[in-house]
Design a binder for this molecule. Structure first.
Ligand SMILES: C[S@@+](CC[C@H](N)C(=O)[O-])C[C@H]1O[C@@H](n2cnc3c(N)ncnc32)[C@H](O)[C@@H]1O
Length: 376
């Protein structure tokens, strides 16, 4: 008897009944099925989990973001109440570190209400433990977060949202789906030959790519980007989006599965492996701009954290620690900013209310004459 995960059984049954499913449906079931979805049933983060994220590598990451929030709030003339919103907060580590650093400005803490957009009950429990004593509200989606002065933070959130893949065939562009191999009965990739409307979906710059090319599109991410953009244009303040991804729209496959800190087959063990895709920052910035926000960047994570003083803060913290702890802080800092670590692949995009001006960490962009166009 073949051993398949409960999500895979469900996916196979659906494909048998209804035919191949869009990749975004496959990812949504694998990641977010209410009972068996990857993010719903366990905590995947940390050295003992499947992957590690920046806030789990060094406390200074969250601290720098907390100081960025204070600086941006001050730049917006300190409105209150301020809604500090984090999308996909994981274990709550980033928010806890950010609030500890922001505690140096008591007025900021006094003005702030915390909102966490999180669908995982397991992670919500961890967040609750970490953030005891703070006025915190949980949301299933960003839509229910109050309007008004808001700062939005998202670290490795957008890469976890379901994507679609389109493949260039001899007939134009077609959707890639997940089907069942008739010989083995296993999941496989198939191409749905139904013609698709490419206008507004496949950018002109990639439309004529050679047959076999793949183009990835994240409808849910763009919808959330449009919601945040609209909120920023009507009284919000700014959003800071940190993730791995690309600056310019292009063909290529970035979808990957990771399990136990190693690559895994995308169609094997759905629900037990993480699935992510690079964030298309230019599409996200353009969507938010259309909704009324002003994008800055993306800049590399290394440049952003360095501009905001990660090395000085790490040195100061390390000076009061024993040697192993100090080494851990220094190596964590290097991993976050070095090109061979996360410094270049990871990028930071700011979206702002048009009245804000240049946010902290993006000053170098403002010196370029065409900085307002940098995120097209
Ligand atoms: C890769 S983890 C990143 C965690 C955290 N930001 C960090 O840096 O450690 C993705 C987070 O997004 C949450 N998540 C994934 N899809 C979501 C969705 N559609 N709505 C809300 N949260 C989601 C997960 O439960 C998890 O907290």
């Amino acid at each position: 008897m073949e051993n398949v995960t409960p999500v895979e059984q469900l996916i196979r049954d659906r494909i048998r009944d209804h035919g191949p499913m869009p990749l975004s449906d496959y990812m949504a079931l694998a990641l977010a099925h209410p009972e068996y979805g990857y993010y719903r049933k366990a905590d995947p983060l940390g050295r003992d989990g499947d992957f590690i994220t920046a806030p789990e590598i060094s406390q200074v990451f969250g601290e720098i973001i907390g100081l960025w929030c204070v600086a941006t709030w001050q730049q917006a003339d300190r409105p209150g109440p301020l809604h500090l919103v984090e999308l996909g907060p994981g274990r709550g580590t980033l928010m806890a570190d950010a609030l500890r650093a922001a505690g140096a400005v008591p007025d900021f803490i006094a003005a702030t209400k915390i909102h966490l957009v999180e669908t995982s009950p397991v992670l919500r429990n961890l967040q609750q433990e970490k953030l005891q004593g703070y006025d915190t509200t949980w949301h299933d989606a960003v839509d229910s977060v109050p309007h008004g002065p808001c700062l939005y933070i998202a670290n490795e959130f957008f890469d976890a949202l379901p994507i679609e893949q389109y493949v260039r065939t001899e007939n134009g562009w077609n959707r890639r789906c997940v089907g069942l191999d008739p010989l083995t009965g296993r999941l496989n990739f198939v191409v749905d030959r139904t013609p698709i409307v490419t206008a507004g979906l496949i950018p002109p710059s990639v439309a004529a790519a050679p047959p076999g090319s793949l183009f990835e599109h994240c409808p849910e991410g763009l919808e959330i980007g449009a919601t945040i953009g609209g909120r920023l244009a009507t009284g919000g303040i700014a959003a800071l989006i940190i993730d791995y991804g690309h600056r310019h729209r292009d063909v290529g496959e970035t979808l990957q599965a990771v399990r136990g800190h190693d690559y895994h087959d995308i169609l094997v063990d759905p629900g037990d492996a993480d699935l992510t895709a690079h964030v298309d920052f230019s599409a996200l910035a353009a969507t938010a701009r259309t909704a009324g926000a002003v994008p800055f960047g993306p800049v590399s994570q290394g440049a952003f954290l360095s501009n905001l003083g990660i090395e000085a803060r790490t040195n100061k913290l390390a000076a009061n620690q024993d040697e192993p702890q100090a080494n851990l802080l220094h190596s964590g800092c290097r991993r976050l900013i070095d090109a061979r670590g996360m410094g270049t692949l990871f990028k930071v995009l700011a979206l702002t209310d048009a009245r804000l001006g240049v946010p902290a960490g993006f000053e170098a962009l403002a010196k370029a004459p065409d900085y307002r166009r940098s995120a097209h």
